[in-house]
Design a protein around this ligand. Structure first.
Ligand SMILES: [Zn+2]
Length: 485
């Protein structure tokens, strides 16, 4: 094989990375790379395990004198996101990536690079075979299908893993240690309705111009949720005059904060003008409240003549649900920088023949808070005569007030760089959540080299950052052989 990365140490790491790039390894297509790792282990006489979804665990003994220490887990995922530029004739199931280097950054021509998470795989390979390494016994865990639902981490056999300290290598910013992540689920609710002939006139509401964002990563910004706001407008209307819902829809992704929503409501003809005035007044109040955070907020009102409308009970229940459904940030950790612990997002509303459908995506790093959120939604469904389905649950990873692995990361980073590291919680799912559920008492941190634009064909990995990150992991492992601290 011809290698293109020259002049960076340790060479073994960069060679392994290039070898991995020659083997297709998109999500659900990991058998070849999994077998490659099993051969790697066999050739070096290392204990290794492979399961039916192609997860791999490879172990190495501790260095001399450290054989009986508690093992340390290193972890990353085998699969990569397969994205290519339009006009690129790359076949992700057959072709190796075409690597190139520019200004010290590695990329693949026209496609994703899979530095996420090939960097972790190559690092673990380099550490498994490095005879100069001072370390406790290592348990290297390579998971599959991380990018498509954390399937490998869900499936992995915990009996293969003895360690309770873990360095996850799936982060993408040097100097940042991730110390907590959120679990999540989807709550689907449906309020059935009956349709009645409408002799009333109608008003149509179109709410636009909100900033939106990711329901995990951006929830702390406390932006307006179009679905909640349209509920507020309709509720303000129904406080003053008789109203029946005709249709309601907003948002199109569970995990996005909805930017737009629209509704049609029927009102008695005599109240038609009053209805518009009431809605206008409430919209002006909202616009003033959101002047700083959502300057684009806009409500358009049109007249319409609906042929049918929902029954009175359904209308009342839906307006009640929209008014009291929890939404946005529910709790924060004020002792550790104020990061969000629990949140929820009313992502999608749609109207069908059978009723109105709602999808919420609650998240939490603390499982007991997530249980309480579930209870709130079940009670809400009960009060508003909704059917409810909770699905797609995955666990979070709660912040540990004290953590040896976090201390070791911070000390090692300071010693190597003279700089102060950052520890942060992320409000989205990571494999660490599943591992901390499977391995009770797990002490973990997630780190990684500098990557840019992951999951896009512009993905880049900084070569010198890989060298430094590997040195950091070596320093951390060495410190973990010190049983006196
Ligand atoms: Zn990743």
């Amino acid at each position: 094989m011809k290698y293109i990365i020259e002049g960076y140490e340790p060479q073994a790491f960069f060679r392994h990375f290039e070898e991995l790039c020659a083997i297709p390894h998109g999500s659900s297509d990991e058998k070849a790379i999994s077998d490659f790792l099993m051969r790697f282990a066999e050739e070096r006489g290392l204990e290794a395990y492979q399961d039916e979804v192609w997860n791999v665990v490879i172990k190495r003994p501790g260095s001399k004198g450290c054989e009986s220490l508690e093992p340390v887990i290193l972890q990353g995922h085998l699969d990569m996101v397969c994205e290519k530029n339009e006009g690129t004739s790359h076949d992700f199931t057959q072709d190796g990536l075409k690597l190139a280097v520019e200004d010290g950054w590695l990329y693949a021509e026209g496609t994703t690079l899979g530095g996420d998470d090939g960097a972790a795989v190559a690092m673990m390979m380099a550490l498994l075979e490095d005879e100069s390494l001072i370390c406790p016994p290592l348990e290297c865990v390579f998971t599959v299908q991380e990018e498509t639902g954390l399937t490998g981490a869900r499936q992995i056999n915990p009996d293969w893993i003895r360690g309770r300290r873990m360095i996850n290598l799936d982060s993408e910013a040097e100097g940042v240690g991730t110390v907590s992540c959120a679990g999540g689920m989807l709550v689907r609710m449906k309020r059935p309705c009956r349709w009645e002939e409408s002799g009333w006139t109608g008003v149509q509401l179109k709410l636009t111009g909100l900033a939106g964002g990711h329901s995990g990563a951006d929830i702390h910004l406390e932006r307006g949720n179009a679905n909640k706001l349209i509920g507020r407008l309709l509720g303000a209307l129904a406080d003053e005059i008789p109203v029946r819902l005709v249709s309601l829809q907003g948002g199109n992704k569970d995990n996005a904060i909805p930017r737009e929503a629209s509704a049609e409501a029927a009102v008695p003809a005599a109240h038609s003008e009053e209805a518009q005035n009431l809605l206008r007044r409430e919209a002006d109040a909202i616009a003033r409240e959101l002047a700083q955070s959502e300057p684009g907020f806009h409500l358009e009102l049109l007249s319409c003549s609906p042929a049918r409308m929902m029954d009175e009970e359904a209308t009342r229940d839906i307006l009640n649900l929209l008014a009291v459904a929890p939404n946005g940030v529910l709790s924060r950790n004020l002792q550790a920088g104020g990061f969000v612990i629990s949140s929820t997002n009313l992502g999608v509303i749609s109207t069908g023949e059978d009723g109105i459908h709602f999808t919420f995506s609650p998240r939490s790093s603390v499982s007991s808070e997530q249980e309480q959120t579930k209870r709130i939604f079940r009670r809400l469904a009960d009060m508003t005569h909704c059917e409810i389905l909770i699905e797609g649950e995955y666990p979070g990873w709660s912040y540990a007030p004290t953590s040896r692995i976090r201390e070791v990361f911070c000390e090692s980073y300071r010693e190597l760089t003279g700089k102060e590291p950052v520890c942060e919680a992320i409000h989205a799912g990571l494999e660490c959540g599943l591992f901390s559920e499977k391995l009770p008492g797990l002490d973990a941190i997630a780190i990684g080299p500098n990557l840019r634009d992951i999951h896009t064909p512009q993905e880049r990995m900084e070569l010198a950052s890989c060298t430094r990150t590997l040195a950091l992991v070596r320093r951390m492992l060495e410190k973990l052989t010190d049983t006196n601290s």
